[in-house]
Structures are given as C-alpha cells and as structure tokens.
Design a protein around this ligand. Structure first.
Ligand code: ADP
Ligand code: ZN
Length: 775
C-alpha cells in the first residue's frame, strides 16, 4: 500500500522511507486563519490515491475538533508513532486548485511577504472558485452492475437477464430498460421524461439496488468567456524600432530561459503592438500568455485589441461575478484561452502552458495589493516567470526607478521605442504658473491660457481631456467666522463636499453626513467650500462651454458596471467633446482626435510626505500629456502648477525621462531610498493611542535585539512615529520603517521579529514589504 503511494508522490517521499512498513502517509495542512499551521494529518485509505497538494480538505482542529477547511501543501511519509495523527475528514476538490509552479509561487510569496501560506492561498484563488460558484450538485443514475448486459440472450431487447427483469412490475421494468438503452448516466428528471413516469418507480428501483445514483458537480448558466466569431485582424507591418524590440523578445522566447526585458517606449510608440506579436510567436509553440494591465475596466480598448487579434481571450477584471470568475478559471486551466488579460490578480491565472508574461504600465501603483498578502504583481510575475523559465516583458513610457535601475545594471534587457508611430511629434507642453494667474470667477479653475486653448480646440472640432486628481466638489468645508473645519470623527481628516446628494464624505473611510447648512460650531450661515474637485470642475465647464457635450469620469460617476465602456465609447464616437476626470483618464487611452490635454492641478501628488512624490508627479503628467496628439493633427498640453520650477514638472514638459531618472536616482542614492535600499513598513493600530504607541515601541526594541543577534548592522529603522494618517477608521496608528541594503537581510530580521512578538489584545500590526503607500 505504502509503496503504491510512493509511486504517486515519488517527488515528495525519499526512496528509503518506502520500505518502512511501519510508516503512515500524512498531509501537511495549512489554514487561512489562526492557528495557521501547517499541521500534519493522517491521510485515510480512501484518500491516498486522490488527495493531492493544492486541494482543500476538511479536518478536525483543536480540542473540540472544530471542523476547519485547510489547504493541502504536501504529502509526507511519517513514522508509525505519528499515526496518532487525526485523520482528514474529507477532500473538497476533485482537482487541485493550484499545481506545480503555482504551488511554489505561493510558498515563495508566503516567505517573501511574511504571510501565512493559507492566507496566500485564500487570496490567490478567487472566492468564486473556492465556493464553486455557478455550479450545482446533480444526481446521476446508472444501472447497477448486476443488471449486466448479456449479448447472447435475446429477450427484452436490452440484453438484460430475464430473471431480474421479469420479477419487476411493468412500470419499473420500463424505466430500467430506458436507462439501459440510454447508454449514459441520466438525471432523475431526464429519466422521468424518457420513460414518462413519476419519480416513484425510480426510487423503487434504487431501493432494490438495480439503479445506482452518484452525485456530480456540473456547471450551469452562461460564462463570460469570449470567443470571437468575427474574422481576426491581421497585424500591421512593424516599424524598425518595433522590429528590433520584437527580435529580442523572440530570442528570449526561443531560448527557453527566464529573462526580464524592459520595453521603454514613449506614449504612442506602439508597445502594445510589440506585445501582440510576441504573443503570436508564443502561440506558435502552443503556449499561452498572460498580459497584466493596471485596471482592465478602465481600458476596454486594450481588451478589444487583444480580442480582435487573438479571438479566445480570457479577460479577468474586478467587476466579475463569482460564477463568471469560476468559469473563466476552469477554462483557463483547461488551456482554452490563448491569452489572459487582466489586472494584478491575473498573475495567478492557472494557464497550463505558460509561455510569456507581459506587464504593461509597469510603473503603476495598482499592481501592488493593499490588503494581505501585500504583494506587488511585478515581483510576483518576475518570480513566476523565473520558475517557469519564460520571459517577462515590462513595458512603460515612465518606468519605475526600481525597474529602470535594474535595466541600467544589465539585470534586465533594455529595449527602446523612442519615437511615436509614423514619427508623430510628442505634444507641446506649456507650464502655467498659477501664482501669477488672476482669479476670474467666469473661468473657475481654468487659467486664461488653458481657457483660450479650449475655445480654439473646440472651434477646430478637436476633443479635450482635463485631469483634476480629486473627486467631489470641494476638498474642505470651513467656517470663515470661527475657522472650524468639518472633519471625520473616525479619521480626523477634512470631509469632502459632494454636490451630488449634498453630502460630506470622508475619502478614507466613507463616513458620510448631510453637508451642514451652517457651521456646526458657531452656527455662522456662510460656510466656505474650498479646494476644487471634479464635480465643481464639471459644473464650471458646463457653464463656460454650454454647447460642448461633456462627460465626467471618476470613482463616483463610474460606479455602475459598464459605465467606463459607455463613457469612453461616447467619447471615441465624438458624442462627447470634453472628457474630464481623475487620474482614471490619464492612462492608456488612445483617441486620435484629442488635441488638447489640461492638467488642472499638477501639484496634487507633489507635496506628499513620500519619497516617491516626484516620481509620481512626473509619471502622471507625462502619461496624461501622452493622450494628446496621437492622431494626424498635433496636440497641445497645458499644465497648471504652483511649483513650475520643480524638476518633476519641468522635465515632464520636456518629455525627458532619462534626465528625470538620472536626477532622481542621484537623490535616492544620497538618501538611501529604493532602489538603493530595500524597505519594509510595519504599521500598528489600535483603539487606544497609548497602548498602540507602547506596542510600536516594543517592536523597535525587539528589532534592536534581533539586529544585534543577527549581526544585521546595515539594517536601519525609523520610528515609531505617527504616519500622515495618524488616525483611520477610529484606530490610532503608528509606523516603523525598516531599511536595508539587501531584501534577504530585511526578510530574515522581520521573520524573527514576527516570531518573537506577542501581540497584546486590542492592538494589531501588519508588515508591508516594499510598501508603496506611505500614508
Ligand atoms: P503604446 O502602447 O506605446 O501607447 P500603441 O501600441 O497603443 O502604443 O500604438 C499607438 C497607435 O499606433 C495605435 O493606434 C496602434 O494601433 C498604432 N500602431 C502601432 N504599431 C503600428 C504599426 N507598426 N503600424 C501602424 N500603426 C501602428
Ligand atoms: Zn473617515
């Protein structure tokens, strides 16, 4: 028995152990909640052949034998003494949810992000897959084996033995004959229909043991899987720059080795076309590709382009229902999708023969997950590609400095697309110094030059994109008489006034009240709404340009599924002439008739207490500027700012990524920030400020001890200190920042701290490795 198991799981069990007749097969089971395990459980005989790593099981846990769902990580032979182990109660999956390299990836994530492995499983396997959404159990009926088919006898025409048949009432005999004739399992409903009877004779046959029933899970309903029926589009001939880039990617694909390539191409240089032709090459040897994009629902155009080219594309986006996700997951794992296009979680798509991973707009922060496990899809993609020995292509017009630095060092291969398609010029960017702009209530947030440019553009029938990176109407509600600011009681931050619904909303926790008509403190009746958001801008523009149809795109106006698609398709068809919104409109859109882009406030991201503030501003301005002049007519860009001499803004005007990167890297090196150091952030929170701070101090004390014992002299830590969001959703917060030259040193130190710490009641902490969010 044990030897047979040994064959099955030969990779997990050393040969010498197989002889030991006195050993037991055990499985290592991890949980997604405390205690996380993993723990050993005995594999009962009936599961020895079917249970595999990556499946979920039900097991008893603790003294009360609480029933828990756990993930099977591995099978191991343990000495007989361990047969006191509790047995696994039940296996929940017929197929592993996760196999091979994906299992290894989960393990790596668990170690790198210092997260219990069960929590990683829980996060990467969509809830719809875990609950088997969109399926139901069906009872299937077959004739019992003793109702054997005997071709030598001719009696009822079914070949069934007379003795069995003849002893039956007519009705039951008829039903049994129908089932035998069907030659395939039938549901109760099907058999009733075929033999035109009620369920009673079927039940009687089951009682006699002449019909057997088994349960099986079947899919039901439609799935969201698109296979394109239309003729697929043919690729265009590549430009010389594109060809050079493609040749390098093809070489990497042909080498059957892992390599990361950075495709640094300015906006509109044809990166997407290079991706598509690389995918085509991957298909020639029967392998699938994953394309990761910041947020697929924001870029229906991208998804359309892949569908038009490849037909069977699986799109994974955040608006999918549980059943849709489950169907897609299955079809992807069956190899039906040639290409999977999706946001960060698509990096876990269970494609069977992965040949290539592409991560577009690799600098985007949305690739980092802000909840457990706090992974960055770029780093996970890198690790997956290296496990699979396949290339990873990172693309951007404004690469992150982390990526750019690695390319400079030769760790990644650098590919360049320095020109736009058809040599179209990049738009001319004008900086407007708002310190010298006269306020004119008729123009609202628009400076005179931007206002004039809008009039000119509309007269020439061009389209306009305006970006204001703040939603709502006014960013603060303040009483001019007593100075009171209407704030969130849970976060201590000013509430944003929303014109729609006349409400005041906390943008950090969604706390909402009706906007007070007078000052809540002194009852003064003329409260002031300061700071502009997209709702105010919309009202201003509608008033100033009443004849130009207008659409607003932000998180508030885009709540309904499908609203992005609708808004963007109206804009593409010219039904709307002005599109305004938050950074949502800065990315990836390709509209040839956009001749003017206006940035209302380029400083919104500039003065954040974050070492990446400059980088973010440079990226945002460059990206939104890149939406202009993509067609035949040249485009213009106006950037309004109170910091016109800031290098991030000056260099964005010049479209000069290289100078920006050089300057910013020097700064980062000087202050020892990434990419010249690895960082981790530990955030502590609790309902009591003093207790929270005290525990934050325990963390730094523990860190100091561990640092000495590990000889990790290059690790520095800063804090504890209150972060910019010192209170959030009623919790007080403190953070400690850890920096080290090498990620592995940091990892070892934090793992030790994590093991040594005893968290008091009412205080929680999280470790954020390679944090993006510093608030
Ligand atoms: P990027 O992803 O770098 O912003 P895109 O791939 O979207 O650029 O290309 C910009 C535009 O140029 C798109 O409309 C695309 O269809 C078109 N395009 C790309 N490559 C070619 C080519 N080789 N010949 C003609 N048009 C192209
Ligand atoms: Zn709040």
């Amino acid at each position: 028995m044990v030897a047979r198991q040994g064959e099955l799981f030969s990779s997990d069990i050393p040969e010498w152990e197989l002889d030991a007749a006195s050993s037991t097969l055990a499985a290592l089971i991890a949980f997604s909640e405390p205690p996380f395990g993993p723990f050993h459980y005995r594999v009962p005989d009936e599961l020895t052949l079917s249970l595999k790593p990556g499946m979920r099981v039900k097991v008893p846990l603790g003294k009360g034998n609480r029933e828990m769902v756990g993930y099977c990580l591995a099978m191991e032979v343990v000495p007989q003494a361990a047969s006191r182990l509790k047995p696994i109660a039940e296996s929940l999956d017929l197929q592993p949810l996760c196999t091979g390299n994906l299992l290894k990836l989960v393990d790596w994530m668990s170690q790198y992000y210092l997260t219990p492995i069960g929590q990683v499983f829980e996060a990467i396997i969509p809830a719809g897959v875990r609950t088997q959404a969109g399926t139901r159990m069906k009872t299937l009926l077959t004739p019992a084996p003793n109702v054997a088919f005997d071709p030598n006898r001719e009696n009822t025409g079914t070949g069934t033995s007379d003795s069995v048949m003849n002893g039956l009432p007519t009705k039951q005999r008829h039903v049994l004959q129908q089932l035998i004739l069907a030659c395939e399992p039938l549901t109760v409903e099907q058999l009733q229909k075929m033999s035109n009877c009620s369920s009673a004779p079927i039940q009687a046959l089951r009682d006699r043991g002449l019909i057997e029933a088994r349960s099986e899970r079947v899919m039901e309903g439609e799935d969201g899987f698109s296979t394109h029926a239309n003729k697929l589009l043919q690729p265009p001939a590549l430009t010389a720059d594109q060809r050079v880039a493609l040749v390098s990617i093809r070489e990497a694909l042909d080498s059957s080795r892992h390599q990361t390539l950075l495709l640094h191409g300015i906006t509109g240089s044809g990166k997407t076309e290079v991706y598509m032709q690389a995918i085509e090459h991957t298909l020639t040897f029967g392998r699938q590709s994953i394309v990761l994009v910041p947020e697929i629902s924001l870029t229906p155009q991208t998804r359309q382009r892949f569908q038009d080219r490849f037909g069977s594309v699986a799109v994974m986006h955040s608006h999918m229902s549980g059943p849709e996700r489950h169907h897609q997951w299955r079809r992807i794992s069956e190899g039906e999708a040639k290409v999977v296009v999706g946001a960060r979680s698509a990096v876990f798509a269970p494609v069977p023969q992965l040949g290539l991973i592409i991560l577009d707009e690799e600098h985007e922060n949305s690739f980092k997950q802000n909840t457990i496990p706090r992974y960055h899809a770029r780093d996970v993609a890198l690790h997956r590609a290296s496990l699979e020995r396949i290339p990873l292509v990172l693309g951007s017009a404004t690469p992150s400095l982390e990526t750019y630095r690695r390319a400079q060092l030769g760790k990644y291969k650098m590919l360049n697309l320095p020109r736009r398609i058809h040599n179209r010029p990049l738009p001319e960017v004008s900086i407007i110094d708002m310190r010298h702009e006269r306020i004119d209530p008729n123009r609202g947030s628009l400076s005179k030059p931007l206002h004039e440019a809008m009039k000119e553009t509309l007269r020439a029938n061009g389209q306009i994109i305006l970006m204001l990176n703040r939603r709502g109407f006014a960013t603060s509600i303040q009483c001019p008489a007593c100075g009171h600011v209407v704030s969130c009681p849970d976060c201590d931050l000013p509430l944003t006034h929303h014109h729609e619904g006349n409400k005041a909303v906390c943008h950090y926790c969604d706390y909402t009240i009706a906007t007070p008509p007078s000052c809540p403190q002194c009852k003064f009746s003329n409260v002031r709404y300061t700071g502009s958001g997209t709702q105010r801008l919309e009202i201003e523009i509608a008033k100033g340009f009443p004849n130009s149809p207008l659409a607003r795109m932000d998180a508030d106006s885009m709540k309904k599924p499908g609203s992005h698609e609708r808004t963007l398709s109206d804009f593409r068809q010219g039904k709307t002439q002005i599109l305004l919104g938050t950074q949502m409109i800065a990315k990836g859109l390709d509209f040839p008739n956009v001749l003017l882009v206006g940035v209302i406030n380029a400083d919104s991201a500039l003065h954040f207490p974050d070492f990446r503030a400059s980088e973010r501003t440079f990226q945002l301005v460059t990206q939104v500027a890149g939406r202009s002049g993509r067609g035949e007519k040249p485009g213009r860009v106006f950037v309004q700012t109170y910091s016109p001499e800031h290098p991030a803004i000056e260099l964005a005007r010049e479209h000069d990524f290289l100078s920006f990167a050089k300057q910013e890297l020097e700064h980062r090196e000087k202050f020892h920030y990434p990419p010249f150091a690895s960082i981790a952030r530990v955030i502590v929170r609790g309902p009591d400020a003093a207790a929270t701070e005290a525990f934050a101090n325990v963390i730094t004390q523990t860190a100091e001890k561990v640092r000495v014992s590990q000889g990790a002299t290059d690790v520095r830590f800063l804090g504890p200190a209150p972060p910019p969001l010192a209170k959030l959703k009623t919790f007080y917060r403190f953070h400690v920042m850890f920096l080290a030259d090498e990620p592995i040193v940091l990892n070892r130190l934090l793992a030790r701290i994590q093991a040594d710490l005893k968290t008091p009641k009412d205080v929680e902490y999280v470790i954020d490795i390679d944090p993006i969010d510093m608030l």
